[in-house]
Design a protein around this ligand. Structure first.
Ligand SMILES: [Zn+2]
Length: 288
């Protein structure tokens, strides 16, 4: 059982920790890296400013942690674009993306928009998949990408680039959380973004993927299929609990990531159970 090859190993991507604090990715987009690196957030959370140059406006996507140094960096990047923030968009409710949404929305006097009503807040806007937002002299398509979380959205830009939040990460693969996440929905969402033929993927964490974004989406799909066969193989080898399966399949992965691996494993087992390949009873897993 060969693991699918990650096409990015041959790409010239910055090393972990090597992302610049602020980077202009294309005329429409500036990225500001938040100072919250960790095993789960990689280099830190990427906050994106999107707007037509000369419009004097920008949308802030995924403000990230409510951190004064990060706010200062975002305000500096807005000033460099000669833009004021006209809306705060959020890809999903996790704190490393959404925490600053309400405080910064208030500070910028800009509405907050997200799929989750609690993130959008009382004066915010709940986004619907398929809608097109006309903001900051450009437009953003709202793309449903449930899987990592149920409320996850991506935003497609006029340039063809897609802001993908945690649906796809700049390095490694993403986690389908459990019980909120959904592997079947996740796979559909990967295909949906693939079908858009993105010119670039701007990820919630890690570097921008510009060389061959579709190859990364193909890899993500193959990786998920590989995980399914690995879990079935572990079961045949005698792993009878979620914990034993994680220890078997994720033996090479640092232990600090095992709790996330356990969530992904549970989410994948839920799909395998729905397909009739396994029986899951609490922590115990068996063949039907
Ligand atoms: Zn995240």
């Amino acid at each position: 059982m060969r693991a699918p090859a990650d096409p990015r190993v041959t790409w010239d991507l910055p090393a972990p920790g090597g992302l610049p604090r602020t980077a202009d990715l294309e005329p429409l987009v500036t990225r500001v890296l938040a100072p919250n690196p960790s095993a789960m957030t990689l280099d830190g959370t990427n906050t994106y400013l999107v707007g037509a140059s000369g419009s004097g406006q920008a949308v802030v996507v995924d403000p990230g942690p409510d951190d004064p140094a990060h706010l200062a960096a975002v305000e500096e990047a807005l000033a460099a674009r000669d833009a004021r923030c006209v809306a705060v968009l959020v890809t999903h409710h996790h704190g490393d993306h959404a925490e600053a949404a309400q405080p910064w929305g208030a500070r910028f006097e800009a509405p907050v928009a997200a799929a989750d009503a609690a993130v959008a807040g009382p004066r915010g806007r709940v986004l619907e998949p398929g809608e097109r937002l006309h903001l900051a002299g450009t437009s953003l398509g709202v793309v449903a990408t449930p899987g990592h979380t149920a409320d996850h959205l991506a935003f497609r830009l006029e340039s063809g680039a897609v802001l993908v939040g945690d649906h796809v990460l700049g390095r490694g693969t993403s986690v389908v959380t459990h019980p909120e996440g959904d592997v079947v929905a996740y796979l559909e969402s990967l295909r949906r973004v693939h079908d858009l033929g993105p010119s670039a993927l701007y990820c919630g964490h890690g570097p921008e993927l510009t060389e061959d974004p579709s190859a990364v989406l193909d890899f993500y799909l193959a990786h998920r299929a590989h995980r399914e066969s690995q879990l079935l193989a572990a079961l045949v080898r005698g792993a009878g609990t979620v914990e034993q399966m994680v220890a078997d399949v994720y033996a090479e992965v640092p232990r600090e990531l095992w709790p996330a691996a356990a969530q992904s494993t549970r989410a994948t087992l839920a799909k395998l159970a729905a397909d009739g390949h396994v029986v899951v009873d609490g922590d115990r897993v068996g063949l039907p």
